[in-house]
Design a protein around this ligand. Structure first.
Ligand code: FAD
Length: 256
């Protein structure tokens, strides 16, 4: 884990309150793994950093994509080239694409789409033939599809049918499930739960990136607890911390 003061080199506004920032983070980029996140100080008065997933890494550059939610992400959306960012990373346990076989599928829902790009690139770099299924509310919320299409077959769904296939990513997954050897996913919890059930029924491995509100980001404050199934011989309740043990968990471990 490194802390770097990073210079922003590019800013894009996608619309619908969605932004992308690229910044120079040589030390963090050197060790970043797919599915990990960075923790960014968002403004002078904001003591708690904000966790944002790594969307892409190219050389010494790191790209993040985020939705404006409150004060922190609002501040972040106003950064432009030459501004500095105080970034801690890379944090957490990411996806293990080696465990997903030769034909893994990367599934992203809404703001869960960005981390699946670097994950898909990673699977391809490791010799797999990855596909993607990406779900968005409507055509205004559609992002990054051209980047995914450069890496592999990409199915796009929208809730209202205004772009791509009309419907949820889960329907698309069920349609193509026999083509895949493993699944990894990031998005809203009900979507992850449904994906985990489909993968289990098909008998293929599934990894999910869980999102919880976070404090310190390094396992010290215990804010981001997520209940996990007990292991053999264990009693009581078992919690994992999204920041340290996750954000990626084996779907079979999670108490849905
Ligand atoms: C591991 C991880 C990776 C993430 N990656 C991304 C990403 O790539 N892009 C992105 O846009 N966002 C991502 N998030 C969510 C992002 O961290 C929050 O949206 C951000 O912290 C909100 O900060 P804020 O100061 O703008 O808003 P706040 O004022 O802190 O909150 C505004 C609203 O957002 C809600 N909110 C805050 N944090 C979360 C959260 N973790 N999950 C759900 N709702 C939340 C609050 O309940 C509140 O309603 C990630 C979160 C985690 C835990």
């Amino acid at each position: 884990m490194k802390q770097e003061i990073c210079i922003v080199t590019d800013r894009q506004e996608y619309g619908s309150g969605l932004f992308a920032l690229t910044f120079h983070a040589p030390q963090i980029a050197a060790e970043a793994k797919c599915g990990q996140f960075v923790h960014i100080t968002c403004g002078e008065g904001n003591l708690l950093r904000r966790p944002i997933s790594i969307c892409d890494v190219e050389g010494e550059m790191l790209k993040i994509v985020f939705q404006v939610k409150g004060e922190g992400t609002e501040w972040l959306s106003k950064r432009s080239p030459k501004h500095k960012l105080d970034v801690l990373g890379s944090l957490g346990h990411g996806f293990n694409t080696d465990a997903l076989g030769e034909r893994p599928v990367m599934i992203g829902g809404g703001i869960g789409v960005p981390p699946m790009l670097y994950t898909m690139k990673n699977a391809k770099a490791n010799g797999a033939t990855p596909s993607a299924i990406l779900g968005f509310r409507n055509k205004d919320a559609v992002i990054l599809t051209e980047d995914f299409e450069k890496v592999g077959t990409t199915h796009i769904c929208t809730d209202d049918g205004s772009f791509g296939t009309h419907g949820f990513v889960t329907a698309e997954l069920e349609k193509h499930i026999s083509e895949y050897t493993g699944v990894c996913a990031c998005g809203p919890k009900p979507m992850l739960k449904a994906i985990a059930q489909i993968a289990e029924k098909a008998g293929i491995p599934c990894q999910v990136s869980m999102e919880e509100r976070m404090g310190c980001g390094i396992g010290a404050c215990l804010v981001c607890a997520c209940e996990l199934k007990l292991r053999d011989g264990e009693q009581g309740v078992r919690y994992g911390h999204v920041c340290k043990d996750g954000p990626v968990f084996d779907a079979k471990e999670v108490v849905w």
